[in-house]
Design a protein around this ligand. Structure first.
Ligand SMILES: [Zn+2]
Ligand SMILES: [Zn+2]
Length: 256
C-alpha cells in the first residue's frame, strides 16, 4: 500500500487518537499519500442529527488541523483533506457547498443509510427485502453519476441476507455503473480486520467479472490501523484469487 485515503478522526465520535499519530503511523507504513476522510458533517432539517459524524461547526477545525499537518509533513507524505460522505439527494447540494467553503478537496462515497437518512436504518443491518437492495443500488448509482466521488468505500456494506440470485442481479448493475463511471470500489480493511459482513466474497466475484477497478482503504478509526499489514495481506489474497484489478494510487477527483 502506498496511499490510503480513508482515515477518520475522533470528531466522528467513534474513532480514537490524535490526527498527528495517524500521520506517524502512515509514515511508518511507508505511505506516500494519506487522506483524511472523516464522516462528513451533514446539514439536516430541524433538530435531527446522526451520532456517527462530526457536526457542521466542527468542520473548520478539522480542515485546519489537516492543513496544518499537510504543511508540517510536506516532502515526507502527501496529506489530503477529504470526507467520507453519504449521498442524500435532498441534502447533498447544501452540504457540498459547506464542504467546498471549508476547502475539502475530495469525497469518498460511504453510503451508511439510504433515503435522506432520517427514518432509514444503517445499511449493514440485516435485511432480506428486495426493495432495500434496490434502493441501495439505485441511490449509490445516482451518487456515482454526480462525478464528484473519488471512490466508493465498502460498496458491499449492505447487510442483504436474501437470495444470492437477487443480490447478484442488483450488484451486477451497480458494478457495471461503477465501471461506466470509472469509479474504483474499495475493499475495506476495517471490515477484514473486524470480520464484518464485508468484504463479501460474492460481491467481489461480480466486481471481478465486470472488470471493476479496486482500491484498498484502511478505514482507520485508530492510528495503529495504518501501520498493521495483516488486513492488507488478507485482502490481497482475495484480489489475487479473483483476479481483481488493483489501483494503488486512485486519482483524486477534486470537488473544489
Ligand atoms: Zn466510522
Ligand atoms: Zn470510513
Amino acid at each position: 500500500m502506498i496511499a490510503n485515503y480513508h482515515t477518520h478522526t475522533p470528531r466522528c465520535g467513534h474513532a480514537v487518537g490524535a490526527e498527528e499519530d495517524y500521520v506517524r503511523h502512515g509514515i511508518k507504513r511507508g505511505l506516500k499519500a494519506l487522506g483524511f476522510a472523516d464522516h462528513t458533517p451533514y446539514l439536516f432539517p430541524g433538530d435531527y442529527y446522526s451520532d456517527f459524524r462530526m457536526r457542521p461547526e466542527e468542520l473548520p477545525a478539522y480542515a485546519d488541523t489537516v492543513r496544518r499537518l499537510r504543511d508540517a509533513y510536506r516532502g515526507q507524505i502527501d496529506i489530503r483533506l477529504g470526507v467520507e460522505a453519504e449521498y442524500y439527494p435532498d441534502l447533498f447540494r447544501d452540504t457540498l457547498s459547506l464542504l467546498r467553503e471549508n476547502g475539502v478537496e475530495y469525497l469518498l462515497l460511504g453510503q451508511h443509510c439510504c433515503g435522506n437518512e432520517i427514518g432509514f436504518p444503517h445499511n449493514n443491518f440485516p435485511t432480506d427485502r428486495e426493495e432495500d437492495i434496490k434502493r441501495y443500488c439505485h441511490q449509490t448509482m445516482e451518487a456515482m453519476n454526480t462525478g464528484l466521488f473519488t471512490y466508493f468505500a465498502h460498496p458491499d456494506m449492505l447487510g442483504f441476507t436474501g437470495d444470492d440470485g437477487v443480490y447478484t442481479r442488483y450488484m451486477r448493475e451497480l458494478c457495471r455503473e461503477a465501471k461506466a463511471c470509472d469509479m474504483p470500489l474499495e475493499i475495506n480493511l476495517l471490515g477484514v480486520e473486524d470480520n464484518r459482513n464485508y468484504p463479501r466474497r460474492l460481491f467481489w466475484g461480480i466486481a471481478a467479472e465486470e472488470g471493476c477497478a479496486v482500491v484498498l482503504g484502511c478505514d482507520a478509526h485508530r492510528p495503529e490501523a495504518l501501520s498493521v499489514t495483516a488486513p492488507e495481506e488478507k485482502a490481497m489474497m482475495l484480489v489475487e484469487e479473483l483476479g481483481l484489478t488493483l489501483v494503488t494510487q486512485p486519482k483524486l477527483r477534486s470537488i473544489l
